[in-house]
Design a protein around this ligand. Structure first.
Ligand SMILES: *[C@@H]1O[C@H](CO)[C@@H](O)[C@H](O)[C@H]1NC(C)=O
Ligand SMILES: *[C@@H]1O[C@H](CO)[C@@H](O)[C@H](O)[C@H]1NC(C)=O
Ligand SMILES: *[C@@H]1O[C@H](CO)[C@@H](O)[C@H](O)[C@H]1NC(C)=O
Length: 462
């Protein structure tokens, strides 16, 4: 299937075995095509007979997008296709693959992996994509600083992926996008853009392959800063585990926010999108002076354990491993230049709630979740966002009581379901739901059930 590509890989092996220099200049991008794809590398997914592929889709001569695709472990031809995107602008989706929901899990030594029985590909084909260009293994000089620009690039990538004879059969499968925190903006903006492109294809104004968008998943989404940011104060003082900072700090930060910092956000909201500086200023104020200080010395991802998450860098920086999976660039887990570009463009402080409302109104299935031990995308800010969603389906969010959410008979949280919209608050979970275990359940088991129910449009009561 990829014989030409495999020849390229073989050529690359010769080059990289004789020197430690960057290999990226060896194979030039081929805009509009997949390149350097390795099939069944044997890395990560070790279940016999389960197909995987990793490599690049060249969206342009200055942009090569890295992907790692895993077929579903069962019935891949009919299972949905899900794209996983890491949430913080500038972070590699390899983090989710290796520490949250992929076919393997990074071990504590950070250089080896073990099989994950609760991988998302138990129930879905999963495509991990590093975006925008510059993040993870994606490379090129392209500089994307808006979510719209990122959506267009990922759409271009999907066109290349779906056009290839090996992957064309997935065009018809239900398609979803899942992410966390700022990724709520990614999945909503991307899904909305893809649906608009579908309409344009129907009208004949765009030519391309339609993307069969059916569901999105958002963990601790951060989408409407003006509404959500004050809830960092509430969480710092009212979360189920501990008061995170002193009363005097909370009071000082509350004064700062309500007297001053929120006006910057309001100015950004009032802007038509042309004045990035207003939004960048608001972002700086919110970030540095206000909410980052409110988790005190607790881990902002796990206030109940303070555990630190593993780094994917040692595993993915290994030259032999990169060659085995077809990676042509150095690995950048967090690209600070990319995230700085987004921040200075004001991306992180604009209001994206209307985009999510539009999707719910179109009947796209939405799975939203939070872990009650997560400060960063905390349940209070998540639930105020859910309650603010101005759609017929969600209008009664606050007045709908929670029900126990159970996995294999064990209660792991509580949920509300309103039409196409489902929400679960997981008890004891931190930011990284795929890492969450409870009682006799395995790591990721609860996350897998919620994922499976959402992508299949099932009611989540159990
Ligand atoms: C987490 O860190 C905070 C602040 O240092 C400390 O008060 C708390 O006891 C720690 N929690 C755990 C479970 O270690
Ligand atoms: C990317 O674009 C932003 C905004 O235009 C600019 O500030 C930044 O310097 C650019 N970064 C690179 C690496 O070119
Ligand atoms: C996923 O949902 C299907 C029904 O759509 C069910 O048959 C299957 O057992 C579920 N799998 C998991 C792992 O929950």
């Amino acid at each position: 299937m990829f014989s030409a590509l495999l020849a390229t890989v073989a050529a690359l092996s010769l080059v990289s075995s004789s020197s430690a220099v960057e290999t990226r200049s060896v194979a030039d991008p081929t805009p509009g095509k997949l390149r350097n794809v390795v099939e069944n590398s044997g890395v990560c997914e070790t279940t016999p007979g389960v197909y995987q592929a990793s490599g690049y889709g060249d969206i342009a001569s200055d942009g090569s997008i890295w992907f790692w695709f895993f077929e579903a472990r069962h019935n891949p031809d009919t299972a949905p296709l899900t794209v996983w995107l890491q949430g913080e602008g500038g972070t590699s989706s390899m983090v989710g693959l290796l520490t949250e929901n992929g076919p393997c899990r990074l071990n504590g030594d950070q250089t080896s992996v073990s099989p994950n029985p609760y991988s998302f590909n138990e129930v879905s084909n999963v495509l991990y994509i590093d975006q925008p260009v510059g993040v993870g293994f994606s490379y090129g000089s392209r500089n994307v600083t808006t979510t719209q620009g990122a959506a267009a690039d990922v759409w271009e990538f999907l066109q290349i992926f779906f056009a290839h004879s090996r992957f064309a059969k997935f065009q018809k499968n239900d398609f979803g996008l899942w992410s966390e925190r700022y990724g709520g903006v990614f999945v909503s903006t991307f899904a909305s853009y893809f649906l608009d492109q579908n309409d344009a294809i129907d009208k004949g104004t765009v030519s391309g392959i339609k993307v069969n968008v059916k569901n999105i998943g958002l963990g601790g989404p951060y989408m409407d800063p003006l509404v959500q940011l004050p809830y960092y104060l509430d969480y710092a003082v009212g979360n189920p585990y501990a008061q995170l900072v002193s009363a005097s700090t909370i009071l000082a930060k509350a004064r700062l926010w309500f007297a001053d910092d929120n006006s910057g956000v309001q100015n950004c909201y009032a802007d038509d999108g042309s004045n990035n500086i207003v939004c960048w200023d608001a972002q700086l104020a919110a970030d540095q002076d206000y909410y980052r200080t409110l988790s005190g010395s607790f881990s902002p991802f796990h206030v109940n354990s303070n555990q630190t998450d593993l780094s994917t860098t040692p595993f993915l920086s290994d030259a032999a491993l990169r060659q085995q999976i077809g990676a042509l660039s150095d690995y950048t887990e967090d690209n600070i230049f990319v995230s700085y570009g987004w921040a200075t463009a004001g991306a992180f402080i604009r209001n994206s709630r209307p985009i999510l409302e539009g999707l719910i109104n179109k009947g796209v299935l939405v799975g939203m979740w939070s872990g009650d031990a997560d400060f960063n995308g905390n349940y209070m800010m998540t639930e105020v966002l859910a309650a603010s969603l101005n759609t017929d389906a969600t209008i009664n969010f606050y007045f709908t009581p929670f029900s126990p959410y159970k996995v294999s008979g064990e209660q792991v949280g509580q949920f509300k379901q309103l039409g196409p919209f489902a929400y679960v608050r997981f008890t004891g979970a931190g930011h990284n739901l795929g890492d969450f275990s409870s009682g006799s359940l395995g790591k990721g088991q609860a996350a897998l059930q919620f994922f499976n129910q959402t992508i299949h449009g099932q009611t989540i009561s159990k």
